[in-house]
Design a protein around this ligand. Sequence first.
Ligand SMILES: Cc1cc2nc3c(=O)[nH]c(=O)nc-3n(C[C@H](O)[C@H](O)[C@H](O)COP(=O)(O)O)c2cc1C
Length: 241
Amino acid sequence: MDYKHAISVRYSCRSYLPQELPASAVERLKASIAEYNLLSGLHIQLIQNSDEAFGKLSKSYGMFSGVRHYLAMVGRSNGIHEKEKIGYYGEKLVLEATEYGLGTCWVAGTYNKEACVCQLEPREELYCVIAIGIPAPKTSFKDKLIKGMIRTKKKSLEELYEKHGPVPDWFLQGIETVQAAPSAMNKQPVKFSYKEAGPEALPTAHGWIISNKYGMEQIDLGIAKLHFEIGAADAEWEWED
Ligand SMILES: Cc1cc2nc3c(=O)[nH]c(=O)nc-3n(C[C@H](O)[C@H](O)[C@H](O)COP(=O)(O)O)c2cc1C
């Protein structure tokens, strides 16, 4: 899977053709979902052919069209690092779907949560959804309008890490990949730092959130950490807790 390529072409797609998902993509996405649920304890579900959550009477305010399929991002209520895991594994699925030629969009606000048909076990919660489908041609007037409403300019690299001295190329490559990550309202509320290797220790990277106003920041952090790992994959380093 070429995750770097997926990052270079991904965008938040809000207009879809109301078509079935290709069977091969469904099969591969379902295999990944099963693997990630096992690894993480999350309960991510692929919901197909259900347009209630984004229908006319939903809270999508007409921002989305043609959404018939989505990933329901379900996890334990109050689970440790649950939101960060939602971000990390959800974005893995976003990038895989992108490589299968599908459009995606993380959605935490502009949909009808109550109308989602996902399965919730006791003490589980639906954190957000990820719309998924065949992208409609994307130069519609509506897309331009939405782009105008959401701050689309990404933060500079310097705003995304703490600079105490020189940083190696692998760290900068990680930060460049973080710069391209989706985040709620494009706030990019994350920062990273680098620590040199010790005599017997690998160099480390640390990532954290710089604000916690909207409740989505930990999801944004999980997404950003996955991007960092993909960008910095050529070097040997580890996360500092
Ligand atoms: C956790 C999360 C929640 C989001 N919620 C919404 C939403 O409710 N409605 C929406 O239109 N976009 C939503 N987005 C998409 C962001 O607006 C988008 O990622 C950001 O503007 C950057 O644009 P890009 O993804 O095209 O790079 C969300 C993104 C994330 C990561």
